[in-house]
Design a protein around this ligand. Structure first.
Ligand code: HEC
Length: 388
């Protein structure tokens, strides 16, 4: 018995459950509050004998459950009604029925998790590796086949002599004084352990670095991300001139693209003939393209009444004899090549569309300068009595 040690409490062991219940009753009714009973299994009636008040753990559950509910509701209210209000299925921004599942989940989550944590950490004060009862003979016997009671030194009525006498009166098997364990320095702060930690850290990080940055790149590994390729805004590493693409071989023609050989010439050769018949579809295509690309300058009916109001020189009418006498190829050439101030439309309008526009211009021209034969044809067809 070392008298310089601090006493944690005085323990008494008993042989039967009846004796321990009796002892607990006596200890509690003598006014001790700081005491505990240790038995190998739960003994019925012990709570009453020890006069234990109901646990306050329920309050933790209640408070945390309520916080869970209000956090969920407030957060959903803030996101859905304040910060980013969005109409979903015509429901109000604060749609309570839709918020119930989340509220319920968060209530249960916070309540249960915090109850368990509070029970273990706050109420049981675990983990506790240095509890004075650890490793005592008392604890060894009460965790096997004996029943024990400890009156702790924190009790206001505690006095070594009187408590020992009091416990002796209860006729125990054994009385044991339990001391606080000596303060020992933590092994974690010992130099050996710190050096060990440093060595492990260096080895792990060095190993990771070498694996990820060197080992994985040794031949024969070839990673896709490491391949030669063209990165945007960077010179290519594949070709000597640093470009990602090669210039096509001279004379290369893109698929589906017909190069126009008469660019720059005033007149196209006569072989340039219209390959498209003025069918209904073709004329509709021509009309739509003419209205889109030509009408701003040439006017909807090719009268030369530009809508550009002097921003661009007015073109001549396409109903002049000159324009009516143009071959189809000539008009096609003007669209493709441009003429004086009129730019080329080859890049905007495809080859077929350009021929369709030519056909449509022919329709416009014929409509404004119908020949007698046209009118007779019309009279025949409609049966109306048209004269010129
Ligand atoms: C930006 C205005 C503009 C647009 C758009 C435009 N043209 Fe022209 N076009 C002109 C001008 C200006 C001239 C007269 C050029 C000149 O001085 O030789 C002209 C001349 C022509 C001529 C020759 C007329 C002649 O008597 O010499 C034809 C045919 C013609 N355009 C057809 C078209 C067709 C078809 C389109 C649509 C694909 C078109 N143009 C689109 C401005 C335009």
């Amino acid at each position: 018995m070392n008298n310089d040690k601090k006493i944690f409490g005085i323990a008494a062991t008993f042989k039967t459950p009846d004796e321990i219940i009796n002892a607990a009753k006596k200890v509690s009714s003598s006014g001790f509050t700081e005491f505990d009973v240790n038995t190998p299994y739960p003994v019925h009636g012990m709570d009453k004998a020890m006069k234990i008040k109901p646990s306050k753990l329920g309050f933790v559950t209640l408070v945390m459950g309520l916080s869970g509910a209000s956090i969920a509701l407030l957060f959903m209210y803030w996101t859905m009604s304040v910060d980013y209000p969005m109409v979903i299925g015509g429901k109000p921004f604060f749609a309570l029925p839709a918020f119930i599942p989340v509220t319920f989940e968060l209530t249960v989550l916070l309540a249960t998790v915090s109850t368990v944590i509070a029970m273990i950490a706050l109420f049981f004060r675990l983990p506790d590796n240095k509890h004075p009862l650890h490793d005592t003979d008392y604890m060894k016997s009460v965790s096997a086949d004996k029943y024990g009671i400890v009156i702790e030194s924190t009790d206001s009525k505690f006095d070594e002599k009187s408590v020992t006498d009091f416990l002796k009166n209860l006729n125990p098997l054994k009385i044991e004084i339990i001391y606080y364990p000596p303060e020992d320095s933590y092994p974690i702060f010992q130099p050996k352990f710190i050096i060990f930690l440093i060595v492990v850290a260096v080895l792990v990080s060095g190993g990771t670095y070498i694996t990820l940055n060197k080992l994985l790149y040794t031949v024969p590994y070839n990673f896709m991300m490491d391949q030669d390729k063209l990165n945007p805004q960077k010179p290519s590493e594949l070709f000597a001139d640093g470009r990602g693409m090669r210039t096509p071989v001279e004379g290369t023609v893109a698929r589906g693209f017909m190069p126009y050989p008469y660019t720059g010439q005033t007149n196209p050769p006569e072989v340039l003939a219209n390959p498209y018949l003025p069918t209904k579809e073709n004329l509709e295509l021509g009309k739509s393209k003419f209205l889109t690309y030509c009408s701003p300058c040439h006017g909807n009916f090719a009268d030369g009444d530009s809508r550009l109001r002097g921003q661009f020189p007015n073109p001549p009418t396409l109903h002049s004899t000159r324009a009516r006498d143009f071959s189809d190829g000539m008009i096609y050439h003007i669209i493709t090549n441009g003429q004086n101030v009129m730019p080329s439309y080859a890049s905007q309008i495809t080859r077929e569309e350009r021929w369709a526009v030519v056909n449509y211009i022919r329709v416009l021209q014929r409509a404004k300068n119908a020949s007698d034969s046209d009118l007779i044809e019309m009279k025949k067809e409609t049966g109306s009595n048209v004269t010129n």
